[in-house]
Write a protein that binds this ligand. Structure first.
Ligand code: UGA
Length: 432
């Protein structure tokens, strides 16, 4: 099939490349000329394992193209995916939909035959209705269909999530688009993915409800972890003990720092804002947002406790600063609160991240990027394991540092407390 992805951010680029790998002809469009030129040279704007290889392969075999010309790309394609950003509005918690609607207007000017216009951007329920109205101003409804097909790709595992999804949700109010979309996704359905046809509004809400539920699960276990810390219980036992109940499920029950990234914080706020518009109180999600926002303060206090209220001049090393492992994404990472807190209190901070130094810390006092784990740990009083990269999972602390008094604060519970203590180091985890 002939596809056009508008927006080469995370969603558009990953989905476009994967669709081309499944044998479709895909044009990825972006108004950022620099980005498109780089992509043509094989320079990938984001860190995502496996993405570069797939881009190079499919660009070479010409199934994947890059363009800045939206109109021409839309004309050449049968299915158009809108994959632009829907950030939080500046003055409220709602989603800013200006980019989605602007793209809708542009598309409407280039409809030369029947097109399926798919919203893959995360948008509040009823956005598809508005988009349909915008496009109807320029084009008769029989020339297009507006569909919602949310993505469920996790950063760092996006390629695998695309090819082996638990489910594919397609929300359409007409059966023709439903049929075509089912055929587009047939290579994934034949490998076991469940195809869920719904109406458009339901698909829009499924996306927000999924992210809000996952954020709730993470926040739930984080709060249970707080109780574990006070009662001498290891939260890992609780995660296993409750997760094996199939009604609960064991995934997304890893206690850690506050959840971050480009989706959970933004989408939880947006669903509450949408519900407000419809005069519905989503009290659980509201309290999840509050709890998560307070979590970094709680962790800051814990660091203060670990350092016995003497943060000034202490050398603190961070292993990983992104919002989770296998990504270079800093958005809403809890390190953005923890590192400034420590810097303000007079600590010297060294950080190592496999994806390199971060501009977010450039202006902070006493914060320095280290080029290796070893360098980062040199002269360190406290090491904070902030993300769960494999690179951090089997560090031999005894070999790597001369400081016998090094304290380890393992915010992802990747180490066995017993083994670390046996090596003679003081160990703190989350909820243990
Ligand atoms: C999330 C969803 O998982 C995807 O299904 C969705 O498509 C995506 O948002 C999106 O809307 O685009 P992502 O933000 O990449 O994906 O990251 P997650 O792996 O979901 O992690 C989110 C946050 O929760 C991270 O800070 C992570 O460290 C934290 N987390 C996750 C935990 O603390 N514990 C867990 O058990 C799981």
């Amino acid at each position: 099939m002939k596809l056009c992805m508008i927006g080469t951010g995370y969603v558009g680029l990953v989905s476009g490349v994967c669709f081309s790998d499944l044998g479709n002809d895909v044009i990825c469009v972006d108004k950022n000329r620099n980005k498109i030129n780089n992509l043509k040279k094989g320079i990938i704007p984001i860190y995502e394992p496996g993405l570069e290889e797939l881009v190079l392969k499919n660009y070479k075999n010409k199934r994947l193209k890059f363009s800045t010309n939206l109109k021409e790309s839309v004309r050449k394609s049968d299915i158009i995916f809108i994959c632009v950003g829907t950030p939080t509005k500046k003055n409220s918690n709602g989603a800013d939909l200006r980019q989605v609607y602007a793209v809708g207007k542009e598309i409407s000017k280039s409809i030369n035959k029947f097109k399926i216009i798919i919203n893959k951007s995360t948008v509040p329920v009823t956005t598809g209705d508005v988009l349909e109205k915008i496009i109807s101003r320029n084009k008769n409804k029989k020339y297009f269909s507006v569909v919602s097909n949310p993505e469920f790709l996790k950063e760092g595992e996006a390629i695998r999530d695309f090819f082996y999804p638990d489910r594919v949700v397609v929300g359409s109010n007409d059966s023709k688009s439903q049929r075509i979309l089912k055929s587009l996704y047939s290579p994934l359905i034949s490998k076991g993915a469940k195809y869920i046809p719904t109406n458009r509004r339901a698909a829009e809400l499924i996306k927000y409800a999924s992210n809000a539920f996952l954020a709730t699960k993470v926040t739930f276990i984080n709060e249970i972890a707080n109780l574990c810390e006070k009662t001498g219980i290891d939260v890992e036992h609780i995660s296993i003990g409750i997760g094996l109940d199939k009604r609960i499920g064991s995934r997304f029950l890893r206690a850690g720092p506050a959840y971050g990234g480009s989706c959970f914080p933004k989408d939880t706020k947006a669903i509450v804002s949408t519900a407000n518009k419809f005069k519905t109180n989503l009290s659980i999600i509201k309290s999840v947002i509050r709890s998560n926002e307070k979590r970094s303060d709680l962790l800051s206090k814990r660091i203060n406790f670990i350092l016995k209220n003497k943060i000034k001049n202490k050398v603190v090393s961070f292993l990983g600063v992104t919002f989770k492992a296998n990504t270079d994404d800093m958005r809403d990472s809890s390190s953005l609160k923890l590192i400034p807190f420590l810097s303000k209190k007079g600590a010297k901070i060294k950080y190592y991240d496999p994806t390199g130094s971060k501009k977010e810390f450039e202006k902070l006092k006493n914060v320095q990027f280290s080029f290796s784990i070893k360098e980062s740990l040199r002269n360190s009083d406290l090491v904070i394991v902030h993300t769960e990269w494999n690179d951090f999972k089997s560090i031999n602390f005894k070999k790597i540092t001369k400081n016998k008094k090094l304290i380890i604060y393992d915010m992802r519970n990747i180490y066995s407390p017993g083994k670390i203590k046996k090596l003679g180091f003081e160990y703190f985890g989350i909820g243990r």
